[in-house]
Design a protein around this ligand. Structure first.
Ligand SMILES: [Zn+2]
Length: 541
């Protein structure tokens, strides 16, 4: 099993992805907390035997060595005047890996990170004579996302076989949905980051359909694949459920595309169907880009970009690709924009040719004969709808209505757990603006330093609300409040108990009375000292 797909191939593994958040899509709490290392990516060599399969139609096309042409290197950034004459048209196909306990059509665990081929059975290995059985949780997840996207549900959908040959797909076909997807015609609402000019956008969703993932080829040997003697197949991922979300070509810039993807990630996390982690491959985006002269109706030739493992990389890849295509127009050579799949090369910050598309792939779809139609009861759909949480867009509008700035709204609503914590602080009586400031300020800083999430700390929403009110009513100063907060984050408890236990009360009746008496009787203290100034003074002692 381990060496099922031996081939002589090589691949520069672990190419270093560069963190560059200068164009981060959103100043989010999570981005403040940690910058995760993108997983390594790799390309197989052109000499790999598998490259002979490159003509095979298939969603999981063989990986072919990236061909770097001198023209790619020569083309840099088109100048602004030229760029202004063109408009980019961007659509995104996203695969979301569902967080179900078991795979789509068998009872194998779908857990990420298990030993290779630990989670397999005859069904997901594609052995003959096996019958798939649909995991109802997959349908539930699809309904949750489709409803969250405001899409039209198809109560009677079906599965189809998508045929292609590749070494990580032992069945020779993928179970997917073709002409009757479970959802069509949805939309995603996005608020662009304030630092990039802000603004609200709505991007259309063409369809959402259910399908299974294929396995994975693991190229072995050293930290570079070149010189590796063989590749191995890991079928743990085979049969893991996916939702494919296809957008309308509504995005016009790298920023809009990255924000679309970030909002989709937020949605899948809010509705609890996936961790949406791009580094683990739980969310994979293929971006189609073309450019056309402003005012033109006709679309230009579209180019697909793969291999982006962060929103930041996606934005930079798209911006490079727009510039490359516009440059070709500027040089009078638009014919050199060909229908192809390109890879984003992080090291050189450019896209490079992966393979040309010589025609539409023929997947020879036909209805999956081993699975019945997917027939949904309206009552089931209604129940799922009734149990959907408040969605990011609804949350942003609510926060906006509470008087928070858009900057604060975006940071707070970005993370489901953070926004829930914030909401619970408000329920416990915390002041809106002060609660937002504490969460985005000292709490976020603590989480970042300690590499923790809001769910990992012992601070309760009630304790933060109490801390805020103790500062508001002058019981403690803001400075003491910061000390109390650290104690609450580390050890939990209530703000009052910590203040009393540590003797942090500001202006306790006796001390404050003495101080005020002193102020009135003393000649060395200026009479103009206000009570609040005295309390601030007292807080230092
Ligand atoms: Zn299985």
């Amino acid at each position: 099993m381990a060496e099922l797909a031996r081939c002589l191939c090589s691949l520069p593994a672990n190419f270093k992805a560069r963190h560059s958040w200068h164009a981060v899509t959103r100043l989010s709490l999570s981005s403040l907390l940690k910058l995760r290392s993108p997983s390594s990516s790799c390309f197989s060599s052109g000499s790999c035997l598998l490259s002979t399969l490159s003509a095979a139609p298939g969603g999981r096309q063989p990986k072919v060595r990236a061909q770097v042409s001198t023209t790619d290197i020569r083309r840099t950034i088109a100048d602004d005047a030229l760029l202004q004459q063109f408009e980019a048209v961007i659509g995104i196909e996203t695969h979301v890996q569902l967080s179900t306990a078991t795979k789509a059509f068998c009872s194998c665990p779908s857990r990420y990170g298990a030993d290779p081929n630990a989670n397999i059975c005859p069904i997901c290995m594609g052995l003959p004579g096996c019958l798939p059985v649909l995991n109802v949780k997959v349908v539930e997840c699809a309904v949750k996302l489709g409803l969250a996207l405001g899409a039209d549900i198809t109560l009677n959908s079906k599965f189809d076989r998508k045929q292609y040959f590749y070494a990580d797909l032992p069945k020779g076909y993928q179970i997917s949905q073709f002409d009757i997807p479970i959802f069509k015609n949805g939309a995603i609402d996005v608020d662009l980051p304030v630092e990039f000019g802000g603004g609200h956008r709505r991007f259309g969703i063409t369809r959402v359909h259910m399908e299974e993932d294929a396995g994975k080829l693991v190229h072995a040997g050293g930290d570079r694949l070149s010189g590796s003697p063989y590749s191995q197949v890991d079928l743990n991922r085979a049969g893991v459920p996916l939702l494919e979300v296809v957008s309308e070509p509504d995005m016009r810039s790298g920023l809009e595309a990255a924000e679309y993807a970030a909002e989709l990630q937020r949605l899948v996390r809010y509705v609890g169907i996936s961790n949406g982690n791009m580094q683990e491959g739980s969310m994979r985006c293929d971006v189609n880009i073309s450019v056309r002269k402003k005012g033109d109706e006709k679309f230009g030739t579209k180019v697909e970009i793969k291999n982006m493992n962060s929103f930041s990389a996606m934005q930079r890849a798209i911006e490079f690709e727009i510039s490359r295509q516009v440059s070709l127009h500027g040089e009078g050579q638009p014919a050199k924009i060909v229908q192809e799949t390109r890879l984003w090369e992080e090291g050189s910050q450019r896209t490079i040719t992966m393979r040309l598309k010589e025609g539409l792939a023929d997947y020879r779809y036909f209805p999956e004969p081993d699975l019945p139609e997917v027939v949904l009861e309206q009552s089931f759909v209604d129940e799922v709808r009734a149990n959907l949480p408040e969605l990011p867009e609804q949350k942003r509008r609510r926060y906006e209505g509470m008087g928070l700035s858009m900057q604060d709204v975006l940071v707070l609503a970005n993370d489901y757990d953070v926004s829930n914590f914030f909401d619970m602080v408000l329920v416990a009586g915390g002041d809106v603006k002060l609660a937002a400031n504490w969460i985005m300020g000292d709490v976020a800083a603590f989480l970042k330093n300690e590499k923790l999430t809001i769910k990992d700390v012992k601070l309760s929403p009630g304790a933060l609300a109490e801390l805020i009110s103790l500062i508001q009513d002058g019981t403690i100063s803001g400075k003491i409040g910061k000390e109390v907060l650290v104690s609450l984050l580390q050890d939990g408890g209530t703000a009052k108990n910590i203040v009393e236990a540590k003797g942090l009360l500001q202006g306790t009746p006796s001390f404050l009375a003495i101080f005020l008496d002193l102020r009135q009787s003393s000649t060395f203290l200026p009479q103009k000292f206000s009570a609040s100034a005295c309390m601030k003074f007292a807080a230092h002692y």
